[in-house]
Ligand binder design. Structure first.
Ligand SMILES: *Cc1c(COP(=O)(O)O)cnc(C)c1O
Length: 220
């Protein structure tokens, strides 16, 4: 499929341009291709075009399609970008190389136990409810220091912060705030920016952007 390769190179060009004008090193931003709702047929052309890092938002859906794809294409990284229930912690630790949605004490404990049991410690991003939205996942801003302390106490490898800003408003202030919070806590990773706003996120320090629609087209 030419469409997938063309979309990938367009996104990569936009990323490179944003890195340049933000005076960031070329290649300093990781592109996570969010393949939720898309099947293996849609994913393979992106792998063929050279994409090696993918994201999913549901454990069960990822278990259905990724084991076979990864066996056929060794070297692929898989990140969980969606909310995680504590009772799925073991499965998430087994399947994913990074978890972007660590957002509450009960999940921190469950992941700590799951990682001890599995002897595998995927990178963790703590998700912050950056817009203070009642319906959204993420740790309230005021509770972040305590949650980070709890995560360190059970040896979660916390590499950064993640956010999803409120819809339909300018995201830049939220990205800038997440960047500041990460810096204040000595964390290098900033998982922020989606199809509609990843350029802005890169200008404001994103290290990982999570892009679905711009690579795969719309979701059903
Ligand atoms: C679906 C999803 C994305 C990708 O969104 P697009 O707008 O399709 O790029 C990024 N992050 C999270 C947490 C998602 O659930």
């Amino acid at each position: 499929m030419i469409a997938a390769a063309a979309r990938l190179s367009a996104v990569r060009e936009t990323m490179a341009h944003a890195e340049t004008i933000a005076r960031r090193a070329a290649g300093s931003v990781q592109l996570i291709a969010v393949s939720k709702t898309h099947d293996a047929e849609a994913i393979r052309p992106l792998i063929a075009a050279g994409q090696t890092l993918f994201g999913e938002n549901r454990v069960q859906e990822a278990q259905g399609k990724w084991p076979a794809l990864r066996e056929a294409h060794p070297g692929i990284g898989l990140h969980l970008v969606g909310q995680l229930q504590s009772n799925k912690a073991d499965e998430a630790v087994a399947l994913f190389d990074a978890i972007h949605s660590v957002d509450r004490p009960s999940l921190v404990s469950a992941l700590g136990r799951a990682m001890d049991k599995a002897g595998k410690r995927p990178d963790c991003f703590v998700q912050v409810n950056i817009g203070g939205e009642a319906q959204k996942g993420g740790c309230p801003i005021a509770e972040l220091p305590a949650l980070l302390a709890e995560a360190r106490a059970v040896d979660l490898p916390v590499v950064g912060l993640m956010c999803v800003p409120p819809l339909d408003v300018e995201p830049a202030p939220y990205f800038a705030l997440l960047d500041k919070m990460a810096r204040d806590h000595g964390l290098d990773g900033r998982s922020m920016g989606m199809s509609g706003d990843y350029e802005t996120a890169i200008m404001l320090g994103a290290t990982h952007i999570r892009v679905g629609t711009a690579l795969f087209g719309g979701r059903a």
